[in-house]
Ligand binder design. Structure first.
Ligand code: FAD
Ligand code: NAD
Length: 444
């Protein structure tokens, strides 16, 4: 690459949108720098996926013990403060671990807030650094509601660091974070009220399955309020009053604002370069190139239709590694990207949505009650449905499931979708038995 600059490639941000690609790029001999204003590794390891799944881990155990009541003595008691400590123990080493990988591959890490001064220069703590190519990978931050008293609400990071679980929690919004954290808080004994913007939760998921999750959480004591336009928050003793739907109100100890996440596009100097962006993120072409040719974007900060998830960010940073190393000039070609909501039961999906398939002559939708499979009786699963979408040639093109094993089922079906396996190829795949994978492939 050009050598008139300090670095060949400089990344703004150190999350999965960066390090999965930056490390192999540096290993190929490119001079790489990363600017990071917070913890190395970004959201996923420190305050996202890894942190969340550790807090969630005891919940499916509790559910399984319920299902196996009599064989196992239920209820299984969950201890919040021990779980938060355990979460801290298992994630605290991740920034140093990732920093070690960066160091071993001679990636320079510049700690501080990075701001573009022009298309090749970034300011970090008053020092200018130049690079031939720049990758914007600054991620998302929590959206804060613009209503009186909104400063009384908290975000997902604060939830995951709570030393004690509040007795009553209100959650505003009904997306991923709302339903996952409601599941956790409810299992650990909190009384949870979810204030929904409209009628629907998890809009991108198959609604009958979402309604099952809602009904199950309601049975467990979670209150769902639909069309609850939240108008203001007010201090009330040690807690907070949430005013909604005109003259209604709920008094709680703690409020979680789970109304979405917005891209970090402000105050990073995009206006000094002409890189175009809007409220959904940085605008890129099919090579992840911004409107300025030597500046690229990766991960959640991109405006895109693909789900803003870690596997997407990893795929993009890996693609950019090949592109910037000159190993490809092809456009990015996203595979089928799965997504899962870690409620209990889980809801997972990939590929052509059921609603779209049902409206088209191109597809056949096959619905299954997964409890018909013998293996689900072993742990006495009480509920599970899936819907598989096939094209005219009987290739699997979509799948969604609600069950305790939904994420494993969807994971196991991915090769059939991505590689467009034909029935005779599917026959050649032998799975370990008895397992969820073998149970789910029986349905193809
Ligand atoms: C609570 C929660 C749970 C989640 N759970 C899952 C899950 O289970 N599965 C899943 O796939 N995804 C999950 N996600 C989403 C996942 O975390 C993101 O998709 C992923 O982290 C995106 O990576 P990224 O590199 O694009 O951004 P990030 O990881 O957010 O990294 C961006 C980095 O840029 C830094 N930065 C920003 N501006 C600057 C600047 N000007 N200068 C220097 N540094 C800067 C930030 O400090 C940050 O470290 C979850 C997210 C949250 C919030
Ligand atoms: N399991 C996972 O993979 C996982 C888990 C957590 C987060 N994430 C990622 O983080 C992102 C952010 O999650 P999230 O749950 O914050 O966002 P989201 O977009 O999933 O949900 C936001 C919710 O807030 C509601 N809302 C918006 N404005 C509102 C308002 N003014 N009043 C009331 N409700 C309002 C929306 O209708 C929606 O229900 C996700 O899209 C996903 O990319 C992924």
């Amino acid at each position: 690459m050009e050598n008139e600059y300090d670095y060949d490639v400089l990344y703004l941000g150190s999350g999965h949108g960066t390090f999965d690609g930056a490390i192999p790029l540096a290993a190929k001999g490119f001079k790489v720098a990363i600017v990071e204003s917070g913890l190395i590794g970004g959201t996923c390891p420190n305050r996202g996926c890894n942190a969340k799944i550790t807090l969630d881990a005891p919940v499916p155990l509790q559910r399984q013990a319920e299902d196996l009541q009599g064989i196992v003595t239920a209820p299984v008691a969950l201890n919040w403060s021990e779980t938060v400590k355990h979460k801290h123990d298992v994630i605290k080493g991740l920034p140093d671990f990732i920093a070690g990988l960066l160091k071993n591959n001679e990636v320079t890490v510049l700690h501080g807030h990075g701001k573009l001064l022009n298309q090749h220069t970034v300011d970090v703590n008053g020092q200018s650094t130049t690079a031939a190519k720049i990758v914007i990978a600054t991620g998302l931050r929590p959206h804060h509601m613009d209503i009186p008293g909104s400063e009384l609400a908290h975000d997902s990071s604060e939830f995951m660091d709570l030393k004690e679980l509040p007795a009553k929690i209100a959650i505003i919004g009904a997306g991923y974070i709302s339903l996952e954290f409601a599941t956790i808080a409810n299992a650990f004994g909190s009384e949870v009220t979810i204030l929904m913007h409209g009628q629907k939760a998890l809009r991108k998921f198959h609604q009958p399955f979402v309604e099952h999750i809602i009904a199950d959480l309601e049975k467990r004591g979670v209150h769902f309020v639909r069309n609850a336009a939240v108008s203001r928050l007010e201090k009330h003793g040690m807690g907070t009053t949430v005013h909604y739907a005109g003259n209604k109100a709920v008094h709680v100890d703690w409020v979680l604002d789970a109304t979405g996440r917005i891209p970090n596009v402000e105050n990073i100097g995009l206006e000094n370069t002409g890189v175009e962006y809007d409220k959904d993120g940085v605008i890129v072409n099919d090579h992840l190139q911004t409107t300025i040719p030597n500046i690229y974007a990766s991960g959640d900060v991109i405006k895109k239709s693909q789900p803003k998830l870690t596997p997407t960010a990893i795929f993009e940073s890996t693609y950019l590694m090949h592109l910037l190393a000159g190993e490809t000039s092809a456009a990015i070609n996203y595979p089928a990207i799965p997504s899962v909501v870690f409620t209990s039961p889980r809801i997972a999906r990939v590929g052509v949505p059921v609603e779209e398939a049902e409206k088209s002559d191109e597809y056949t939708v096959v619905k299954n009650n997964v409890l018909d499979n013998w293996y689900r009786q072993v742990t006495r699963e009480t509920f599970g449905e899936n819907a598989l979408v096939f094209d005219k040639a009987h290739h699997l093109v979509g799948a969604t499931e609600v069950s305790e094993h939904a994420e494993d089922v969807v994971n196991s079906l991915l090769p059939a979708i991505e590689l467009k396996l034909k029935p005779e190829q599917i026959e050649r795949i032998i799975h370990l038995f008895p397992t969820i994978s073998s149970a789910s492939w029986e349905l193809l």
